[in-house]
Design a protein around this ligand. Structure first.
Ligand code: GRF
Length: 216
């Protein structure tokens, strides 16, 4: 059997993005293989999704550690035990230490519910509505030490409607997240996507600063 590209996914909650990644593995010739799902919360529903799919799960509770550095060091050990080529953050609600981010440089992806660099941080849907934006969306990016600031890989745009609520908008953004994250994982697993010296490259060509746009 082709060993494929081993991936470890980190979660803290519902794991709907994890589910989209799991579902995409069944598609033809996808070399991505999720070797393990790790959560910092034992009650994260995503752990059940992983078990259901026959994927190994681990819980590493940050409250058991004396500070961020100690937790992150243990997390690195746990992740590296699975020897992954790629680590994916899928709703992992932790700020990562510099050591962690450097250790996985060029092989650590995150998804964020906004059109970065706009609306970094939390409560993006509410903030987009308050700002009167006409467009919103989501972004996949390589993780660097700047929070929600790493080089962009893929974005999907969602129009904001007059009658939108944060909940309605979140739902439509989520639908797009579930398209772009599996695509980015697949590109990486196929060896098409990499973080080069000058930025993100797809098939050896530099991507624009805001990444590839998923056509609506
Ligand atoms: C998503 O909105 C993602 O963009 C953000 O965290 C949320 C995770 O949702 N990073 P889920 O757990 O994948 O449903």
């Amino acid at each position: 059997m082709n060993p494929g590209c081993k991936v470890v996914v980190l979660i803290s909650g519902s794991g709907s993005n994890l589910q989209a990644l799991i579902d995409s593995m069944g598609r033809e010739n996808n070399p991505a293989r999720i070797a393990a799902v790790i959560s910092n919360r034992a009650e994260a529903f995503g752990l059940q999704r992983a078990s259901q799919a026959g994927i190994a799960t681990r819980v590493l509770d940050h409250r058991q550690f004396d500070g961020r550095e100690a937790f992150d060091a243990a997390l690195v050990d746990l992740i590296d035990g699975f020897d992954p080529q790629l680590v994916i953050l899928a709703g992992f609600m932790r700020i990562l230490s510099s050591h962690f981010v450097k250790h996985y440089a060029g092989r650590l992806l995150n998804i964020h519910p906004s059109l970065l660099p706009k609306f970094k941080g939390l409560h993006t849907h509410q903030r987009v509505l308050e700002a009167g934006e006409r467009e919103h969306g989501c972004s996949v990016h390589f993780v660097t030490e700047e929070l929600d600031g790493g080089p962009l890989v893929l974005q999907a745009i969602v129009p904001v409607r007059k009658d939108d609520t944060p909940e309605k908008l979140a739902q439509r953004v989520h639908t797009q997240e579930h398209l772009i994250y599996p695509l980015a994982m697949r590109w990486f697993a196929e060896g098409r996507l990499q973080l080069g010296q000058t930025g993100v490259e797809l098939d050896g060509q530099p991507l624009p600063a805001n990444g590839q746009q998923l056509p609506n």
